[in-house]
Write a protein that binds this ligand. Structure first.
Ligand code: 5GP
Length: 192
């Protein structure tokens, strides 16, 4: 597998990485396409199959693992598997796109390791773990239990930040959006 560039945004849940990724996708000059991940977690709110995720059962997901269909996969939360299908990246590269990922820190670093030269790995840093909790509660898409599980994981995830190519502080969303656009535009222009 080789092709265009890969742009990874990783961060603890609630850091705002999804908002940043959606914003970048609106810039046609960046020629980005979103890598739709596969997941075994249930659909949330208005999420659509084949748009936000490829939703599948746990056994379907495990079958893909068995057939080595994933570029990377992770049991991000218990029984909630997430993964990037090789076929997804190949599909987007065939369209001549640069691929952008919204994935967890372990998956992000794994892809960076596989494609070191063509990947920009960005970590989005929230102001604090307390602030993360407030943001997740405001989003109110999950139960308190699930929110606590995500917050508990955040400290471990924050410790991986130095392994990324770049860190964007999302203390103020508008500033983070401008910074993200500049970083990605520069990487895409470079000969790497
Ligand atoms: P959510 O359930 O909030 O959509 O996602 C939970 C976490 O899983 C987020 O950190 C998200 O970025 C991550 N994630 C989504 N897709 C993938 C993937 O394909 N691989 C990995 N490793 N993590 C993913």
């Amino acid at each position: 597998m080789k092709g265009g560039k890969l742009i990874i945004f990783s961060a603890p849940s609630g850091s705002g990485k999804t908002t940043i990724v959606r914003h970048l996708l609106e810039h046609d000059d960046l020629n980005l396409a979103f890598s739709i991940s596969a997941t075994s977690r249930p659909r949330r709110g208005k999420e659509k199959n084949g748009e936000h995720y490829y939703f599948m059962s746990l056994s379907e997901f495990k079958n893909h693992i068995k057939h080595d269909d994933f570029l990377e996969w992770e049991e991000v939360y218990r029984d909630n598997f997430y993964g990037t299908l090789k076929s997804e990246v190949e599909r987007l590269w065939a369209e001549g796109k640069n691929v952008i990922f919204d994935i967890d820190v372990v998956g992000g670093l794994r892809i960076k390791k596989k494609f070191p030269d063509q990947t920009l790995a960005v970590f989005v840093k929230p102001p604090s773990v307390d602030e993360l909790k407030i943001r997740l509660k405001k989003r109110s898409t999950e139960s308190d239990d699930k929110i606590n599980m995500r917050v508990a994981k955040a400290s471990v995830e924050l410790a991986t930040a130095p392994q990324f190519d770049k860190i964007i502080k999302n203390y103020d969303l508008d500033t983070a959006l401008v910074e993200a656009k500049e970083l990605v535009a520069e990487f895409i222009k470079s000969d790497k």
